[in-house]
Structures are given as C-alpha cells and as structure tokens.
Write a protein that binds this ligand. Structure first.
Ligand code: FEO
Length: 395
C-alpha cells in the first residue's frame, strides 16, 4: 500500500501487518498496523517508526514522498519495539546525528534497547518544537502505555499523534474511521481492555489535563489502526466511559472442564443467572481466547470462575486466565468460584484467593462438587447464581 496524505503535507507512512495473530498474548484476529507519520515542512519530521521486520517498507514509503536523507527531525512517542524497532535502520539511513526527540524516560528506555549514541533531545510536557510553518507540542503520557509514552500535538493542523492511546489492532486498506464505520468500535474497546485497562486512573487524570489545556482536535492519529477524523470526540468520550468500567447487570461464567462436570455446573449457574434477568455469558476457556473474555469483563458486574482440580491445582487454562486478568486489574467486580474434584479439591479455594487478590467482592465460599454433580449439586449452583443476581445492579 502507498503512503497516504492524511492532511495537507502530512502523510501516513506506516505499514499493515495483515497476518499477525498474537500480540504479546492478545489475539489479533484482524491483524494490526504500525502507523508512522511524515510531516513535510521546512524541517521534515518523522513521527514514530514501525516494527523491525517492516523497516524497508517504511523507508520505501517515505521515499515515495521525499528522499529519507532529507528528514531533519525524528520523534519517538513510545519505546516499545512495535514503534521503535526500525529506528536503527532508519537512523542509519537518514544520518545518525539527526535530532531524535523523545520523553526523558524515552531517552533512558531507547538507550537500553539500542546501544546507539543518537542525538537525543529529551522533552517534557509543554515543550515545543518549531519545524517551519508548524509547531509541535509534546505531552508526556506516562503509562499510556509505558513510562516513556508521550503524545505529540501539531498545533496548526490540530492533529494529535497519540501513540498507543486510542489505537486498535485492525488491519485494513482504509485509513480513517469514516471509511470503516462503527465496525471499528469493538476493536478499540478490545484494545483498551487488553492494553490499557490497568492504567484507567492514569488515563482519567490525563484526560482531565488535556481538557484543561482545551486543545481542539481535528484528527487523532494513533500508532495502531485507523485515524479518528470524523468525530474524534467519540473515541475520547468512549475512553472516559471505559475508564470507569461501570458494571452492568451482566455476568460471565468463565470455566474449563475435564470430564464435563465443571461444564454442567457452569451451565446450571448460567441458567440460574438468566432466570434472574442477568445478561449472562458462559465462556469456555478451551474455546474462547483470554483477550476476548477480557473485553467482556469490561462492563460485567460479576465474573464467576470454574475449574476442576488437577494435580492439587487449577486447570492450566484457568490459571492462565486468572494470571492475565489479574495483570489487567479490572475494578468493581463481584467474584465467585466453582468446580468439581476427585479427592483433594483445591481449585475453588485457589480461585477465591486469586479473586481476593484482585479485590473482587467474593460473595460466597463457592461450590465444590465431588466427581459428578447430582440434583442437589445443581441446586447449589443455582443458589449461587441467585445470590450473585441479588448483588448485581438492576437492569
Ligand atoms: Fe504499540 Fe505499547 O506499543
């Protein structure tokens, strides 16, 4: 795909990674993009690069517009390798002495990633860089997504280059939200749930800071997925909503099973919840990817986890999911556990321990059933469901 002029003299020179299906544990069924932007001004400026494997494609795209050696400034908004991996190749091509602008943490982190004595220019929030007819303003955005992250705002064109913020793992020939339509929102939500959920409080503070600055946005250009130009305020208001993770009358029953006993318990719990008017989703970890489940966790009021006991411990898929969810720190959830066992039966206790570590409100000791549930066992599952339903917010 060719470079795309996204505004007068400003070009998308990123790449499309059509075939990536796993992004550090996140299922990217629809691929992704690594966006980079070239600003043609008196001082030609490149914002961000792409994953290492695509370095030559980045350089070829820049070459469609200008000889890469004419780039005067490089801005690195974020050190993670999907955006910095091509820096060594690029800097070698354009000249190792060209000024490289990044945050102070970016300076430290880039130095630790690449043993290069580049001409670093660390910047702070509010610092400006004049590139001719235009001026860039830098805004540190710690933990969105790493300590080094920052946004770059192009004052005259009212464009925010937002690095990982407002991104989506979404590969397509289209570059803009209005070309894709509402189909993009579930991808933006999944990205938030799996990359940024744990930084919700940082994001809220940042949003507050940005609102106080009263910066107008005609366009928001993230480093992944499509560019927001039709209504940039829509993704901002969605982020404000997502950061609060307001629980709905919704429950997830997340489980795996060995000989179908824990599965039938999950079905009884789900039926019990549905009978109480709860929007419930039974999700088998053998069939659903952890990152898709985390997207569902965002607005769920309750997350109920089921695991058989295997070798005195949790079933591996359940342990995997609990580890993943714990890292993303969902807020304000009700939790409960269930599971079948043969002789020792530790799984429910182990799940409760993890839920408590996540500060879930564990409202019941959980349901443990030896070998195969009978009618009494199913009734215990339905009773657990009723208890959870009473604790959930009304519809
Ligand atoms: Fe897209 Fe945190 O890197």
């Amino acid at each position: 795909m060719k470079a795309v002029e996204i505004a007068d003299g400003i070009y998308w020179v990123g790449v499309i990674d059509w075939n990536i299906r796993d992004f550090h544990g996140y299922s990217t069924y629809q691929g992704t993009t690594y966006n980079a932007f070239l600003i043609m001004d008196d001082k030609i400026t490149l914002i961000d690069t792409v994953k290492k494997e695509f370095a030559e494609e980045l350089i070829a795209k820049i070459s469609q517009i200008v000889d890469p050696k004419k780039i005067e400034y490089v801005i690195s908004n974020h050190t993670e390798m999907d955006h910095s991996g091509s820096l060594p190749r690029l800097m070698h091509k354009i000249g190792e002495d060209k000024p490289l602008y990044c945050s102070k943490m970016g300076h430290k982190n880039l130095s630790r990633h690449f043993s290069q004595k580049w001409n670093y220019h660390p910047v702070e929030t509010g610092d400006k860089l004049n590139i001719g007819k235009r001026t860039l303003t830098f805004l540190e955005t710690r933990m969105i997504h790493w300590p080094d992250s920052m946004f770059t705002y192009l004052n005259e064109d009212k464009i925010l280059f937002s690095s990982d913020g407002f991104g989506q793992h979404y590969a397509s020939m289209e570059r803009f939200d209005d070309e894709v339509g509402d189909e993009i929102m579930p991808h933006a939500l999944k990205y938030f749930a799996n990359i940024l959920m744990l930084y919700s409080s940082h994001i809220l503070k940042l949003m507050d800071k940005v609102m106080q600055m009263a910066l107008p946005f005609d366009m928001i250009c993230p480093d992944h997925g499509i560019i927001w130009r039709k209504d940039p305020s829509k993704i901002i208001s969605s982020y404000l909503d997502w950061c609060h993770q307001n629980p709905k009358r919704k429950a997830l029953v997340v489980y795996d099973t060995m000989w179908h006993s824990t599965e039938t318990m999950a079905e009884a719990i789900a039926e019990g919840l549905a009978g109480e008017g709860v929007d419930v989703k039974p999700l088998s970890l053998r069939h659903c990817h952890r990152s898709d489940i985390m997207t569902e966790v965002m607005d769920a009021g309750a997350v109920i986890i089921g695991s058989p006991t295997l070798n005195n411990g949790l079933f591996p898929t359940v342990a995997d999911f609990l580890t993943y969810m714990k890292g993303l720190r969902p807020k304000g959830k009700i939790g409960a556990a269930f599971g079948s066992y043969g002789w020792s039966g530790e799984s429910v206790k182990l799940i409760n321990k993890e839920l408590e570590a996540m500060r879930f409100q564990v409202i019941d000791p959980g349901v443990r059933i030896q070998y195969v549930p009978d009618e009494k066992g199913f009734e215990a599952c339905r009773e657990l469901a009723r208890k959870i339903a009473r604790a959930l917010p009304p519809a």
